[in-house]
Design a protein around this ligand. Structure first.
Ligand code: SAH
Ligand code: SF4
Length: 407
């Protein structure tokens, strides 16, 4: 089986918001300041105003300018004229028997992405999306079969954290210090839909906002960006975001990785590891996570485990073994439990943590790789999608005879 590196997708332009008011969510501090000046805030006051707004929006979760009591009435009126504070809208919320919550979220243009909240003992992880669909075609991934792709804006990315906080009731009660509140969302992972390094600037800005100590205030060590291996952007991620890194490795030879993670044909294993060895701030406390999906009879042998250990030698690493999560029409099966344990043991004995990720939220299709917009599940064709989005009819593309039959 061989998949093209990128799929035949229909990229959708970002639709401008219905109003011409600028959304303050998603603007970095310097851009927020500039926007306030452009709207008539005196330059000398702009920094202070930006700080005040920042705290209302990201520390207190306030969306209504009228509730911003430390701003004068006429200034609030000016803000209302020029700006909005908008986050994506939750369309549905499913709660799994194990407590995992999956939100289907609507963004501008009527598109949908999924956000998953996973509560665990002592921590809560929010898994957020960076794109509607994904242009890449990893053969085991449901998102990769979605043929409609649009990059999310920074507002839509950080907005996922904000709407989850709304739903979990995580904003501090009036009069309370945010630090006194329990942190329900203690960790963020960019492991939902999309390839974050193909939407670099928006992901970076959203993460800088989430890390800001006067707002959502998540430490960069509690944010993990997962990439299938967009090598040229890895170093930049270290430099401009500085968060933790997870690599979707899934295979230990180019021959197999070319097939199941097709971006490997562009950036093969040797190049990927060169970038990883140079990833800034490598140390034991900042390990790189390698994700490895366990596919029965495909990548789960003892020989695979030994090759994996050899590949990562010298890199402070943790191996996250992910039992394959099935989706309708998936061309793989999950490795047997004994096999996963045997694999984990080899890695562990070589000195690496090798946790097996418990599938969470499977009953609501919230597990890794199962995410795909409900709109897409209805299998609209490209022509219907284009018509609905008001786009010209897409070119008819003849399907390559060797393309995988995974949908
Ligand atoms: N595009 C990024 C991030 C999103 S995918 C990336 O590929 O890293 C998050 C993780 O889920 C990746 O490691 C991905 O390979 C894995 N995954 C995808 N489909 C899966 C499936 N069906 N079962 C288990 N893990 C899957
Ligand atoms: Fe895209 Fe990641 Fe899925 Fe590959 S595994 S298709 S990169 S979302």
């Amino acid at each position: 089986m061989s998949a093209p590196i990128v799929q035949d997708v229909l990229p959708l332009p970002r639709k401008l918001p219905e109003t011409d008011r600028v959304n303050l969510v998603g603007l970095t501090r310097p851009r927020l300041r500039e926007a306030l000046i452009a709207a008539g805030t005196p330059e000398a006051q702009a920094k202070m105003r930006a700080n005040q707004l920042w705290q209302w929006i990201y520390q207190k979760g306030v969306r209504d300018f009228d509730a911003m009591t430390n701003l004068a009435k006429d200034y609030r009126a000016l803000l209302k004229d020029h700006f909005a504070i908008e986050v994506p809208e939750i369309v549905t919320r499913s709660v799994s028997a194990d407590g995992t919550r999956k939100y289907l979220v609507r963004i501008a243009g009527g598109h949908e992405v999924e956000v998953v909240y996973i509560p665990e003992d002592g921590r809560g992880t929010l898994c957020i999306s960076s794109q509607v669909g994904c242009t890449l075609t990893c053969t085991f991934c449901h998102t990769g079969t979605q043929r409609l792709v649009r990059n999310l804006t920074a507002a839509e990315i950080v907005g996922q954290v904000m709407l989850a906080r709304d739903d979990l009731g995580e904003w501090p009660k009036p009069g309370r210090n945010p630090k006194d509140e329990t942190r329900l969302i203690s960790n963020l992972v960019l492991m939902g839909m999309g390839e974050p390094l193909y939407n670099f600037e928006a992901v970076r800005d959203a993460m800088l906002i989430a890390m800001d100590g006067e707002g959502i205030s998540l430490s960069r060590r509690r944010i993990t960006l997962s990439t299938s291996g967009v090598v040229p952007e890895i170093e930049r991620a270290g430099r401009e975001i500085g968060c933790m890194l997870a690599i979707s490795l899934h295979a230990t030879t180019d021959e197999l990785r070319n097939k199941i993670v097709p971006i490997n044909r562009k950036y093969p294993i040797a190049q990927l590891f060169e970038a990883l060895r140079a990833y800034p701030k490598l140390s034991n406390s900042e390990r790189i996570t390698f994700e490895y999906v366990m596919l029965k009879g495909v990548n789960d042998s003892d020989a695979d485990a030994r090759r994996l250990v050899k590949l990562i030698s010298g890199i402070p690493a943790k191996i996250n073994l992910i039992p394959f999560n099935e989706w309708p029409g998936a061309p793989y099966q999950r490795s047997d439990w004994d096999r996963i344990e045997a694999f984990a043991n080899i890695v562990y004995k070589a000195g690496y943590a090798s946790p097996i990720r418990t599938p969470r939220g499977e009953d609501i299709m919230a597990a890794c790789g199962q995410l795909k917009s409900a709109t897409e599940r209805a299998r609209k064709n490209r022509f219907q999608i284009a018509a609905e989005a008001g786009l010209p009819e897409p070119e008819r593309i003849v399907r390559r005879p060797d393309a995988p039959d995974v949908h």
